[in-house]
Write a protein that binds this ligand. Structure first.
Ligand SMILES: NC(=O)c1ccc[n+]([C@@H]2O[C@H](COP(=O)([O-])OP(=O)(O)OC[C@H]3O[C@@H](n4cnc5c(N)ncnc54)[C@H](OP(=O)(O)O)[C@@H]3O)[C@@H](O)[C@H]2O)c1
Length: 244
């Protein structure tokens, strides 16, 4: 199949590799290849001949501006996909995204989902839990000197390679007209996840539990855990840490 992947970052680059290895004609697009979802530049050319589009682009910020980013980029993508007669649009979203309205970025991703669901292109939404690769950036946001402040928010980390396999599987199949939830195999409190990470990676930082610290302080209860219908993937966080 001819598949256009929008976004060539952590997930997009791996999705291109995986779909290509499976024999698909998979091409990646982003501003670095001349395609800008915000302005629409290069989009018509990028989607010409594509049967499937995989949207794994991301907003440069997680603040209120992300709402404008996802509103504009999804609107432009849906218009271009309709003109190109695209048969399936796959969008990567976040487990429980609609349950965390206090976070602007989560409201923005919820808006992205709603626009896709209301749009003219047959669609699939893959909702993933937090990427294992996202743990260290999360810790760096709330690091001050040798102290990392983290709440005990329940998190179910998934490796980006496992996310990639699920996204590629959905892209190669029929539109779900719905959501596939995917999550990693284990649940951790985020502060504990930070301690496990520091124990494995060394350095002089230590984790202090702080229920008001960082992005995940806004999460209530188990909102970010994979629901009962989710596909749970195989890579465990400690094994992933060791393998890096
Ligand atoms: N992090 C998590 O734990 C998590 C969990 C679940 C779901 N997700 C979702 O996974 C998706 C992909 O994440 P990722 O980590 O792979 O992102 P990433 O590594 O930051 O890559 C984002 C890509 O988007 C492209 N991009 C940004 N602005 C663009 C624009 N205006 N036009 C075209 N392309 C643009 C970037 O390339 P250029 O800069 O070259 O344009 C880049 O290739 C996101 O939508 C995120 O919400 C993340």
């Amino acid at each position: 199949m001819n598949i256009a992947i929008i976004g060539t970052g952590l997930i997009g680059s791996q999705v291109i590799q995986r779909l290509t290895a499976a024999g698909h004609d998979a091409t990646g697009h982003s501003r670095s290849t001349g395609v800008d979802l915000l302005t629409g530049a290069g989009l018509a050319d990028a989607l010409r001949g594509a049967e499937v589009v995989v949207n794994v682009s991301n907003s440069p910020t997680f603040d209120e501006d992300s709402l404008d980013f996802f509103r504009t980029t999804v609107t432009n993508l849906l218009t271009a996909a309709q003109a190109a007669d695209v048969k399936h649009l796959v969008t990567l979203s976040i487990v429980g995204v609609d349950l965390v309205p206090d976070l602007a970025y989560y409201r923005a991703k919820t808006l992205q989902e709603e626009l896709v669901e209301a749009g003219p292109i047959p669609y699939s939404i893959v909702r993933a839990t937090q990427f294992m690769e996202f743990v260290e950036p999360t810790m760096s946001w709330t690091t001050d000197g040798d102290v990392v402040r983290l709440p005990a928010t329940p998190i179910q980390p998934i490796s980006s390679a496992d996310v990639t396999a699920e996204v590629a599987d959905v892209a190669a199949g029929a539109p779900l007209q719905g959501i596939r939830n995917i999550g990693g195999p284990d649940v951790f409190a985020l502060d504990e996840l930070g301690r496990i990470t520091l124990a494995a990676t060394g350095g002089n930082r230590r984790v202090v539990t702080d229920e008001t610290a960082g992005l995940f302080a806004a999460v209530k209860g188990n909102a970010l855990l994979a629901p009962a219908d989710a596909h749970l993937t195989g890579t465990h966080y400690r094994d992933w840490l060791r393998s890096r």
